[in-house]
Design a protein around this ligand. Structure first.
Ligand SMILES: Nc1ncnc2c1ncn2[C@@H]1O[C@H](COP(=O)(O)OP(=O)(O)O)[C@@H](O)[C@H]1O
Ligand SMILES: O=C(O)C1=C[C@@H](OP(=O)(O)O)[C@@H](O)[C@H](O)C1
Ligand SMILES: [Mg+2]
Length: 172
């Protein structure tokens, strides 16, 4: 089976929905953030603080180079993975890309008490989300399927992706 690759903004549900899909299909989940955390031996927040975003992105791409070679897995990406076209190209080789859409308002609701995302830590959270989301939207739109998570529970979003994916696989 081709990999199920989840993309989308911070708080769109990539980690949560990826876990559910992996459980339901009984396949492995790779969360690229967890892989980067393992490489550095520190949290994302600490990596940004100590090494900076540029170094984080370099290691993130190394992780993508490795995990994109796998097959039959779910890959939950970090929200910035799609900014590098090379990452997207690699992920497409063995995978189908599902963009999890969430509105700025939903993202704020989901992340208002979160302090683990360095890019949303300083300044006004809603205006940061709107600015980054608008800038990134063309990158997210470069996907195979778009799933609107504003109107779905994680459980239903997982089921929807599985049904699209299995239908697509059966036609290959
Ligand atoms: N469809 C959804 N509806 C409501 N809350 C959600 C949904 N998807 C995710 N969440 C919540 O949003 C928060 C961030 O989810 P997470 O999976 O970490 O997002 P991401 O990995 O895309 O940054 C979590 O608290 C999660 O429970
Ligand atoms: O959007 C981004 O640039 C980032 C998203 C985060 O992952 P989630 O999308 O899982 O929150 C994490 O990779 C890092 O904080 C940077
Ligand atoms: Mg995540």
């Amino acid at each position: 089976m081709k990999n199920i690759v989840l993309t989308g903004f911070m708080g769109s549900g990539k980690t949560t929905i990826g876990k559910l899909i992996a459980e339901k299909l009984d396949i492995e989940l790779i969360d690229t953030d967890s892989e980067v955390i393992k490489e550095f031996g520190m949290t994302i927040d600490k990596i940004f603080e100590v090494h900076g975003e540029k170094k984080f992105r370099e290691v993130e791409t190394k992780v993508i180079e490795r995990v994109s070679k796998l097959e039959n897995v779910v890959i939950s990406t970090g929200g910035g993975v799609v900014l590098n076209p090379e990452n997207v190209k690699l992920l497409r080789e063995n995978g189908v890309i599902y963009f999890l859409y969430a509105s700025a308002e939903s993202i704020l609701k989901r992340l208002k008490d979160d302090d683990t995302r360095p890019l949303l830590k300083s300044g006004d959270k809603l205006s940061n989300i709107i600015k980054l989301l608008n800038m990134r939207m063309p990158f997210y739109k470069n996907c195979d399927f778009e799933i609107n998570t504003d109107i779905l529970t994680p459980e239903l979003a997982a089921e929807k992706i599985i049904s699209i994916h299995l239908a697509k696989e059966s036609k290959r």
